[in-house]
Design a protein around this ligand. Structure first.
Ligand code: GTR
Length: 371
């Protein structure tokens, strides 16, 4: 399996240096980690023009008890910001266990599916966001919809946060942020709020995403070290899956169908993945020493479970470098046999491309054990 990744991307040296030079912990932290983040910005996801805007403000517009048979308190929070192109609002829905007298850890879902999946009134209880289950296990359940950061279609980056923050009238550069980066930016703004919420343990917040949302969770968690646990569900191409030799969706497929997800530079790798200066195990390694979880599904051949597993294997050396156990695996596990010993968790679920209650309970088992 190793031959799929060239030696110089297996932690042996700095970019372009194929000499066998193993990294020290200090080189990782001070040189290689920032260098890899920059490579992903430059070649894949793009560069956000702003981090936390000075104009950022929060308004709790609902704070009510009695939800989920009295087990939960609901908050609705508006996260607002202004830029040269106007004002934006991210609507956060948050359920907190009613019985807890202490701050609780939280799962933040980046929702990329229809809004009924994140119903704040709980008339629809979708397995995509099983808030009742999350509450009953003692966690807070938080969710926002990607559309609040950027609608998921190709409009030439006029709407969403691109329209708000991009300098007007200047041509977009090859490394300007795409839509996945905009969603990741949105998740960090939600984190800005969660850090201030008196019910939330801000050092124990997980960011979760499915598929395109999983790619987003990884890019968000790679950059924003405030997230203690980063969870990718079925994220596949340009998510958790190794790109070189990947089955199913390729860089060309994804760039043609979703030209707005990544930056313009990424399109130059259509059909030539082998010249990418990174591969996706390096994105996973950016989460170290924090917790990471990757989930695959047996019928999700478009995402390619084997390539998702392989990325965990190749992220592990960075955890070891930092003195931690990363991924403990002899080979790809059987379905429904989660691997949760180290700081990288993984499971393969029987079934199709989806985010299910089974997946969520695996994430919470892992969080119970490690977060
Ligand atoms: C697919 C896309 C995948 C994945 C998926 C989803 O059509 O090819 O990369 O992101 O959409 O988000 O459900």
């Amino acid at each position: 399996m190793n031959q799929r990744i060239p030696e110089n991307l297996l932690w042996l040296g700095t970019q372009g240096n194929t000499e066998k030079m193993f990294l020290t912990e200090e080189q990782w932290r001070k040189e290689r980690r920032p260098e890899i983040l920059e490579l992903f910005r430059q070649h894949v996801y793009g560069r956000a023009p702003i981090d936390r805007p000075n104009s950022l403000r929060f308004e709790v517009i609902d704070h009510s008890s009695g939800w989920m048979n009295g087990k939960a308190v609901r908050k609705k929070v508006e996260i607002m910001f202004d830029g040269p192109g106007g004002t934006g609002v991210i609507h956060l829905y948050l359920f907190v266990p009613a019985t807890s007298s202490q701050r609780v850890p939280a799962f933040l879902l980046i929702c990329n599916r229809d809004k009924e999946n994140m119903d704040p009134d709980r008339e629809v209880q979708s397995p995509f966001w099983p808030a009742e289950d999350i509450i009953s296990r003692g966690y807070a359940a938080a969710v926002f919809h990607v559309e609040d950061a950027d609608p998921d279609f190709n409009d030439g980056f006029r709407n969403g946060v691109h329209g708000i923050f991009d300098p007007p009238q200047t041509p977009r550069s090859g490394d300007a942020w795409g839509t996945i980066a905009a969603w990741a930016w949105g998740a960090s703004r939600v984190m800005d709020y969660l850090e201030t919420d008196p019910d939330i343990a801000e050092d124990r917040i997980a960011v979760v995403g499915h598929s395109r949302g999983g790619k987003t969770a990884l890019w968000c968690g790679a950059q924003d070290e405030r997230f203690a646990l980063v969870i990718s569900n079925n994220s596949g191409c340009t998510g958790a899956a190794i790109t070189r030799g990947k089955k199913g969706e390729t860089v060309q497929d994804i760039n043609q169908r979703f030209p707005h997800w990544f930056n313009e530079n990424y399109k130059s790798y259509n059909g030539s993945e082998e010249v990418l200066p990174i591969d996706q195990h390096m994105l996973l390694a950016l989460v170290a020493p924090r917790l990471l979880y990757v989930a695959s599904a047996t019928e999700d051949t478009w995402a390619d479970p084997e390539s998702e597993f392989l990325a965990c294997i190749h992220a592990d050396p960075i955890y070891r470098l930092l003195g931690l156990v990363g991924f403990e695996a002899d080979g790809p596990p059987m379905p429904e046999t989660p691997l949760q010993q180290g700081r990288i968790g993984y499971h393969l679920r029987t079934g199709k491309h989806d985010l299910t209650r089974y997946d969520w309970h695996c994430f919470m088992d892992f969080a119970d054990a490690h977060m």
